[in-house]
Design a protein around this ligand. Structure first.
Ligand code: PMP
Length: 406
């Protein structure tokens, strides 16, 4: 029995009262996007009801209020990820945007024959931008392999990294398997070899309070919508020296100091990377989401989710023909599985009929599926507002689906 007051927390999430196909919703697709608490919804309503205005330029009261709130949100993100300076936090539209910003900026830093390392368990959004960068620059993309448990093979990484390595991309947590990667060790070895590291924190951010100074990450990216915030907003942390070095990603308003037709000078950080009117409300709501999760506490969240993970893993393993992919020693509350002879899509569809939301398919990580020689999996991913009773319903649902399909 846990002291975690999950019923009280669930009252913060209006959507959890929903019925789907006649059943109370069981939402186990948290790795795709998390649900939104009333506190964040209220922040959004408050913004549009009371101080919607464009920021940074207006002299009027609403504009100043919106600017203050937006910059306070940046400081919340800074504090949460422990960046040294608030201007090392760039608001983006999400993880994908942050990765593309860095990939595009590095085009001028790389030369033919330079090497880029990427892990075998990356999301497509942390593969494709680097392939595009490699094509553009003549750099070579190499892959850090993983093993059957879904863990990166560190000794192989040690062999791959050299003075030729310029950049390394690795996710903090794999979205397909839940593996927590040893990013601190990876960064340390990378730096010994003079390489920079971008950590894709999209899946870690909802569960682990990352400390970018402790990790010594060069870049760290995440999306608000996976951590109780709205879609369309995220963060890029970059060390000041890198953000000063990289060129702007997009040109436009907000990112300039002076413009003439002969020459433009760029604004200081963070505005250099924030061209155009940003997602003002989204940024402010991202701050509210961080407040909300911090109030519960990331250690508390991680401990409770771990109990859910262990419970569900034991229960699922009792089912005949069950194969769980990714059994890393350290993993977040993600279970990717198949049942022998059944297609993941069929299981997902039947679960949906019972009001249970899971993800099926390749999870934007086709190389991981290729490694296991499967087209896809069923993925159940838990959040701190899920319950043991929901897991019971889910396991019963999987058993029922299996009976219907066999
Ligand atoms: N990286 C990982 C590990 C992810 O799980 C995701 C989202 N599924 C992304 C990147 C992309 O995030 P977004 O779609 O919010 O840009």
């Amino acid at each position: 029995a846990t002291k975690f007051e999950v019923e009280k927390i669930r009252r913060d999430f209006p959507i959890l009262n929903r019925k789907v196909n006649g059943y109370p919703l069981v939402y186990f697709d948290n790795a795709a996007t998390s649900q939104t608490p009333r506190q964040v919804i209220d922040t959004i309503v408050d913004y549009y009801s009371n101080y919607n205005a464009n920021i940074h330029r207006g002299v009027h009261a609403l504009s100043q209020e919106a600017t203050d709130k937006y910059e306070q949100a940046r400081q919340k993100v800074q504090k949460h990820f422990n960046a040294v300076k608030s201007y090392e936090i760039i608001f983006t539209s999400g993880t994908t945007h942050g990765i593309n910003l860095v990939a595009s900026g590095f085009a001028a830093e790389l030369q033919k024959g330079d090497e880029i390392l990427v892990s075998a368990m990356e999301h497509h959004s942390n593969i494709v931008p680097w392939q595009m960068l490699a094509q553009k620059t003549g750099a070579i993309l190499k892959v850090i392999p993983m093993d059957e448990k879904g863990e990166l093979i560190f000794s192989e990484f040690e062999k791959l990294v050299s003075s030729k390595t310029k950049l390394i991309f690795v996710n903090h947590v794999s979205n397909a398997l839940g593996t927590v990667n040893p990013v601190k060790e990876i960064i340390s070895l990378a730096h010994e070899n003079g390489a920079a590291v971008l950590v894709d924190g999209a899946q870690a951010a909802p569960h682990i309070k990352a400390d970018v100074q402790d990790l010594d990450a060069d870049f760290y990216v995440a999306s608000a919508h996976k951590m109780c915030g709205p879609t369309g907003v995220g963060m890029l942390y970059g060390k000041e020296k890198w953000l000063n070095k990289l060129p702007p990603y997009q040109g436009g308003g907000e990112m300039i100091a002076t413009v003439t037709f002969e020459k433009t000078t760029y604004a200081d950080l963070p505005h250099k990377f924030e061209a155009g009117t940003p997602n003002i409300c989204g940024g402010i709501a991202f701050g509210a989401a961080i407040d909300y999760m911090e109030k519960i506490g990331f250690d508390t969240i991680a401990a409770y989710e771990h109990e859910l993970l262990e419970y569900a893993t034991i229960k699922l393993k009792e089912i005949d023909g069950m194969k769980i992919y990714g059994e890393a020693a350290e993993k977040t509350a993600v279970i990717s599985f198949n049942i022998e002879g059944l297609h993941p899509y069929d299981i997902g569809t039947l679960l949906d009929k019972m009001g249970i939301a899971v993800r099926t398919g390749h999870h934007c990580a086709q190389p991981v599926m290729d490694f296991f020689k499967i087209p896809g999996t069923v993925r159940a991913s838990f959040a701190f507002y899920n319950t043991f009773e929901e897991i019971d319903r889910f396991v019963e649902g999987v058993k029922k689906a299996k009976m219907m399909l066999q």
